[in-house]
Design a protein around this ligand. Structure first.
Ligand SMILES: O=C(O)C1=C[C@@H](OP(=O)(O)O)[C@@H](O)[C@H](O)C1
Ligand SMILES: C=C(OP(=O)(O)O)C(=O)O
Length: 426
């Protein structure tokens, strides 16, 4: 357990430019695709964080040479994936859901484990799918072992991906390396985080893999090689959201440079959300700028596609002048922590007014006071506490170090932002 972190209050509106490091989701997909390519690949602007380090560790464990130099990564060619290997997933959804479909074509046993909370995150769908496609798997949650034979027949599988889009993404990323390729049908309540599946499909196509996603809830990946590429990683737009929220809640102005004009990252939606809450939002060559109003308004918003943004939006809502309803996010109960329960506990713990609904949160304006904001080993809960602390004196985040999951420099970047120094580095 780290020392409690006294969240700095903003004595005046925050004005800053904050460059954020590379996207977790793009970095970990680019690493997987490079490992599946006969010629390897390179990444520029890669994220360096616990989740990306765990992905690098997983691929190395499978025999893939990976050299990391700052934000540059070189994945070397190799003679095939092999076990025996131990893979530590930490708490990374992208590692626990993307690597097993890769390990299914490794030769040898691959044992997976992770943090205590990771053992509770939903995994059965991926493991059952791999079994249906011909793999031998022991276990249904972490820890589990895949007994790889060097190839997988592949074919068609029907899954219920309503708990996580990562079930679909993980299978699709590796599907081209299965003997018959792969067809995934989803049957169940709507799949969350569809932009993340669009990201997977787009990156597969960039790597020369044929993917057919014309039919809703069905994805077909043709068997074949994965191309060797140089991947340039966009800034992580979800990690940008706490900094933009700092402008929104203090009536200041924050710019995130290098904001992509077109992107599959769900974080892009923060512009629309901030605008609906009363901010002025501009996009130009300088990046995306959010300028906050005197007082944010509440919002009624469906975050099903962009659930990752919920802790930031909930923090903004807790500081808004009117009530908010956040919908479509029941699946957040299976994230790093049960995010719906955690947000209600922390907001009400500071005197706020919030409750869970079946599929989300209701948050009403109420005066907040200082106190401990628990992070629950969840990077986005920790950053949500930092946002609240800007306006509420005496907020202490119990474990700010957990931001290292995707943004190890968060505390320094936050302080630099408040001092109006150029924060972050790419
Ligand atoms: O594929 C990805 O990179 C991700 C997909 C989403 O997962 P869920 O569909 O489980 O929400 C998202 O929340 C997560 O942070 C990253
Ligand atoms: C849900 C998240 O992460 P993971 O990739 O571990 O699922 C997240 O980063 O908000």
């Amino acid at each position: 357990m780290t020392q409690p972190w006294s969240a700095p209050t903003a004595s005046e509106p925050v004005h800053a430019t904050v460059a954020v490091p590379g996207s977790k989701s793009i970095t970990n997909r680019a690493l997987v695709l490079s490992a599946l390519s006969d010629g390897g690949g390179t990444l520029t602007g890669a994220l360096r964080s616990r989740d990306s380090d765990l992905m690098v560790g997983a691929l190395r464990a499978l025999g893939v040479p990976v050299e990391v130099d700052g934000t540059g990564v070189r994945v070397g060619p190799h003679q095939g994936l092999s076990g025996p290997a131990d893979v530590d997933c930490g708490l990374a959804g992208t590692v626990m859901r993307f690597v097993p479909p890769v390990a299914a074509v490794a030769d040898g046993d691959v044992a997976f484990d992770g943090d205590p909370r990771a053992r509770e995150r939903p995994m059965g769908t991926v493991l059952d799918a791999l079994r249906a496609l011909g793999a031998v798997v022991e276990g249904d949650t972490l820890p589990f072992t895949l007994r790889g034979k060097g190839n997988l027949p592949g074919g068609t599988v029907t899954i219920d991906a309503s708990a996580s889009s990562q079930f679909v993404s993980g299978l699709l990323l590796a599907g081209a390396r299965y003997d018959q390729g792969l067809t995934v049908h989803h049957d169940g309540k709507p799949v969350p985080s569809l932009p993340h599946i669009d990201m997977t499909v787009a990156m597969l196509r960039e790597a020369g893999v044929e993917v057919d996603d014309a039919e809703p809830n069905t994805w077909r990946v043709a068997p074949g090689p994965v191309g060797t590429r140089d991947w340039t990683v966009e800034p992580d737009l979800s990690n940008a959201t706490p900094f933009l929220a700092a402008a929104a809640v203090t009536g200041g102005s924050v710019t995130v440079p290098d904001w992509p004009a077109n992107t599959t990252q769900p974080g892009d939606v923060i512009g629309d959300i901030a605008a609906r809450m009363g901010c002025e939002v501009t996009r130009d060559a300088g990046g995306l700028t959010v300028t906050g109003p005197e007082q944010l308004t509440g919002i009624d918003v469906d975050l099903h596609d962009v659930g990752e943004l919920t802790p930031t939006v909930a923090a903004m809502a807790a500081l808004a002048g009117g009530p908010s309803v956040l919908r479509g996010i029941a699946h957040l109960r299976g994230h790093e922590t049960d995010r719906l329960a955690a947000l209600v506990a922390e907001i009400t713990g500071l005197g706020g007014d919030a409750n869970e609904t079946e599929d989300g949160l209701q948050i009403r304006p109420a005066p907040l006071h200082g106190g401990t904001w628990h992070a629950y080993a969840d990077h986005r809960m920790a950053t949500a506490g930092a946002i609240v602390g800007l306006l509420v004196p005496g907020v202490e985040v119990d474990d700010i170090a957990t931001t290292a999951k995707t943004l190890p420099d968060f505390p320094a970047m936050w302080t630099a932002m408040l001092r109006n120094e150029a924060g972050g580095s790419r």
